[in-house]
Design a protein around this ligand. Structure first.
Ligand SMILES: Cc1cc2nc3c(=O)[nH]c(=O)nc-3n(C[C@H](O)[C@H](O)[C@H](O)COP(=O)(O)OP(=O)(O)OC[C@H]3O[C@@H](n4cnc5c(N)ncnc54)[C@H](O)[C@@H]3O)c2cc1C
Length: 409
């Protein structure tokens, strides 16, 4: 049987796959764009299991793709939610200093924010308390008015509707299974649950499996995804008990932001997420999605990082595992706000797993988004936080890159 064909094949129906498919189809109305998602529904992994924060863009080193895309991504998704009447809580965020020694960290964030063109204000402790009466901070805090929270699943559903309206064919419950290697120049051919598909270009937005798909095309050779699980604890205090998101000064050498408060679209708070090493890629709860091959591969790599203490992995693992105790999470959160009681935080929420990339040659966590590819395929690697915030401009960067690569041939 001859393979099905498409001009562009997108693998992965998370926020990035959907945004890229929609962007490509809106640029070239004559091109057929097919998106494959292995799950029965779109947005089941990182895109539907995150904190839903539209970050403002002041954490990231100025020369990074994260810095380039976050401010614009925040603006565009905020507009998208307002125009489409999707839930959004434009409640801002305070970054607080837990003691005097963290003042320097606040200054560094303020500097990055200035360089990245992000609106920020350094406020006094009193001013911080006017914004959030329960906040704790040592002397000063950084106020970000542009930070907001959204309902990530609602955003993903709306993007999928948009993509379909634009003419993208979305097929759920169909997994990409590997490249056949049988394609001629200027095309790729792959195996899927629904037979072979031949395409002029493949875009890999496979999230937790993006490194594996990339290796089928000769990319991601020195990179592997190390899954880190994020657990949340929900507050049972009424909506409005916290007015704004409250974050600690993060460690600049880690891509994780530390335990923080987020106030969701309904006005209720939660604390988290952890960044605990997971044992397989979709390791959410118990043995769900268990894969023995992955367990072996991930554990072997984690054991190596642990023994060598690559990128401080031993310390990180110990700190993060401790947060599985409710009392520990609450203790860390109470450094940021007053009246935080263990009794208010009884319910663990749906966890998410981050597709964090490790450079296995340098033995380092990759801090920025990474794009690899050529005229036949493009691979979106390390689409970790703030990948959700960045989805709309990120899709344009991917589409520009495809046009450039194809223009060269
Ligand atoms: C705990 C946590 C908190 C976060 N908080 C934030 C936040 O507050 N703000 C923010 O901006 N970002 C946040 N992020 C990051 C954000 O969620 C991601 O950057 C973003 O969702 C990545 O989107 P994606 O489309 O690349 O990946 P995903 O949403 O993981 O989508 C990949 C899709 O590919 C599919 N797939 C995989 N393999 C195959 C295959 N072989 N065939 C077909 N389909 C396949 C998967 O089923 C999946 O649906 C957070 C992430 C986590 C985990």
């Amino acid at each position: 049987m001859s393979p099905a064909t498409a001009d562009v094949l997108v693998v992965g129906g998370g926020v990035l796959g959907l945004a890229v498919a929609r962007e490509l189809r809106s640029r070239r109305g004559d091109a057929s764009v097919l998106l494959l998602e292995k799950e029965p529904e779109i947005g089941r992994h990182q895109s539907g299991r995150n904190s839903g924060v539209l970050h403002a863009g002041f954490y990231y080193a100025t020369d990074s793709l994260k810095a380039e895309l976050t401010r614009e991504g925040n603006r565009r998704l905020t507009e998208f939610c307002r125009r489409r009447d999707l839930p959004i809580n434009e409640c801002g965020k305070l970054v607080v200093a837990r003691d005097e020694s963290e003042q320097e960290g606040l200054d560094e964030l303020a500097r990055r924010g200035r360089e990245n063109g992000v609106e920020l204000e350094m406020v006094t402790e009193e001013e911080a308390r006017e914004i959030e009466p329960r906040v704790r901070t040592a002397g000063r805090a950084l106020w970000s008015p542009a930070t907001a929270t959204v309902d990530p699943e609602a955003v993903v559903r709306e993007l999928a509707r948009d993509a379909e309206r634009a003419g993208v064919e979305i097929r759920t419950g169909v997994a990409y299974r590997g490249a056949t290697g049988g394609a001629g120049a200027g095309s790729v051919e792959v195996r899927t649950d629904a037979g072979r598909v031949s395409a002029g270009h493949l875009v890999n937005c496979a999230g937790l499996y993006a490194d594996r798909v990339a290796r089928d095309f000769g990319y991601s050779r020195r990179y592997r995804i190390l899954p880190f699980k994020g657990l949340y604890l929900h507050s049972d205090e009424p909506a409005g008990s916290y007015r704004t998101n409250i974050y600690p000064v993060p460690r600049i050498d880690r891509p994780f932001l530390g335990v923080h408060f987020t106030v969701g679209v309904g006005g209720r708070a939660r604390i988290g997420p952890t960044a605990t090493p997971a044992f397989w890629r979709e390791h959410y709860r118990g043995l769900a999605n268990f894969d023995a091959g992955e367990l072996w591969d991930v554990l072997r790599r984690e054991a190596g990082h642990f023994v060598r203490n690559d990128f401080g992995f031993r310390t990180l693992a110990a700190e993060e595992l401790a947060k599985h105790r409710r009392s520990k999470m609450v203790e860390l959160a109470s450094d940021l706000a007053r009246g935080v009681e263990t009794d208010h935080f009884r319910r663990w929420g749906e966890p998410g797993v981050r597709a964090q990339l490790v450079d296995v040659e340098e033995r380092e966590l990759v801090m920025d988004f990474l794009l690899q590819g050529d005229a036949d395929s493009t691979h979106v690697l390390n689409a970790v936080s703030p990948g959700f915030t960045c989805a709309l401009p990120f899709a344009e960067v991917v589409a520009d890159r495809i046009e450039e690569e194809q223009g060269r041939t």
